[in-house]
Write a protein that binds this ligand. Structure first.
Ligand SMILES: Cc1ncc(COP(=O)(O)O)c(C=O)c1O
Length: 369
């Protein structure tokens, strides 16, 4: 029997280039003869999770494994409601916030519609749109590497259903302050849904940074995404959430797969929300020190860099980013190349513990001295 695959595949799937994740750490270590690998590529928080979350995970009984999780993460949504304010019905929990991007696109877009976002940002908005037959309109960042509100507004038409604003932006760390966010939402005037992706919300220490959950009372078209993968250090468990007005959450829930968040993830995320230890303050101190180390290293080498919000920085490399990635990997440091983010010959470096970043700085200096 011959399979006529070509006739089965929609054009937008045939044209889509799949994302290829890096190999497992053990394989990278074997291939590069390493006994340790420092991960500076995925903006993980190696200080965590918080002690109470660690204890809870260590005590989980295998007896819970045969039982399905809560289908809609009710206990976790209750903890989010108690901590952040909005009613639990306004939260939707996903298998990472990546799953929520899919749910929102499925809920609001049909082929022929478009989404608006930036060209140099978290690529999953663009990818989900593209493989859903929805046009991604990618607006260049402005001269200061920020999302460009006027450019984005000019791209909106009557087929625009969603606007994704990554705030702060991954990878540049730039952000819209509250006045800019409000001006933008006023200009959109409810014509489409605006998603504020606040994956790095807990890392931002600026007084003018907007909390887009709080703004939802005034802007009913505003959807806020957050994740437990970054500050809360639960990346392996895959759990993120969105908050929106009850009507909007109700629409998105229709396209969201129930039971997609496992029991361990729900329990750990709930404990992380309720944790009151100094863990977040310690992480913020680590990130502040990390920024200083990168600044000192790059200044001494004469390298251009971007230090913004979030637990990451960008460095412009004098050689190809893939070549530098390979050289650093051989020395035990895994960084993210930025050509795929449309920043050719830049790397992104996660801000991790001081001794690791000091060693990274020494290695970079050694390579380019
Ligand atoms: C801006 C942004 N949004 C969303 C995500 C996805 O997070 P999650 O692990 O919750 O799927 C990431 C992960 O890197 C991110 O940088």
């Amino acid at each position: 029997m011959s399979l006529k695959l070509d006739t089965l595949i929609p054009e937008h799937i045939r044209l889509f280039d799949p994302y290829r994740p890096s190999p497992p750490d053990a394989e990278l270590m074997r291939l590069n003869g390493l006994d340790h690998l420092h991960r500076l590529n995925n903006n993980e928080n190696m200080l965590g999770p918080a002690p109470s979350v660690r204890e809870l995970l260590a005590d989980i009984e295998a007896g819970i494994v045969p039982i399905y999780p809560h289908g809609d993460s009710q206990d976790l949504r209750e903890a989010l409601s108690a901590t952040l304010g909005p009613d639990r019905e306004r939260f939707l929990v996903g298998n990472g916030s990546c799953e929520l991007i899919s749910s929102v696109v499925k809920a609001f877009c049909e082929p022929g519609d478009n989404i608006v976002t930036a060209d140099k940002t978290f690529a999953v908005y663009e990818w989900v749109a593209a493989f859903s037959g929805v046009e991604p309109r990618l607006i260049p960042l402005d001269r200061k590497q920020r999302f460009d509100p006027d450019g984005m507004l000019a791209a909106v038409d009557d087929r625009t259903k969603l606007i994704f604003v990554c705030n702060p932006n991954n990878p540049t760390g730039t952000y819209w302050d509250e006045a800019t966010m409000r001006r933008f939402l006023d200009a959109v005037d409810g014509r489409c849904i605006v998603v504020a992706d606040e994956a790095y919300f807990e890392y931002v220490e600026r007084p003018d940074y907007p909390d887009c959950i709080r703004l939802q009372d005034e802007y009913p078209n505003l959807v806020t995404f957050r994740t437990f993968s970054k500050m809360y250090a639960l990346a392996a468990l895959r759990v993120g959430y969105l908050c929106a007005g009850e009507d909007v959450t109700d629409i998105i829930r229709r396209t969201h797969v129930a039971y997609s968040v496992n029991s361990m993830a729900q329990m750990a995320a709930r404990a992380a929300v309720l944790d009151r230890s100094p863990f977040i303050g310690e992480t913020l101190a680590m990130v502040r020190r990390g920024r200083e180390i990168i600044r000192e290293t790059c200044d001494a080498l004469g390298f251009t860099y971007i230090i913004g919000e979030g637990n990451y920085t960008m460095i412009k490399t004098p050689i190809s980013d893939t070549l530098l990635q390979r050289k650093l990997l051989r020395r035990g440091f895994l960084v993210r190349t930025m050509t795929g983010f449309r920043f050719p010959n830049w790397i992104r470096v996660s801000l991790v513990r001081e001794p690791v970043l000091e060693a990274f700085g020494e290695t970079l200096t050694d390579l380019f001295r």
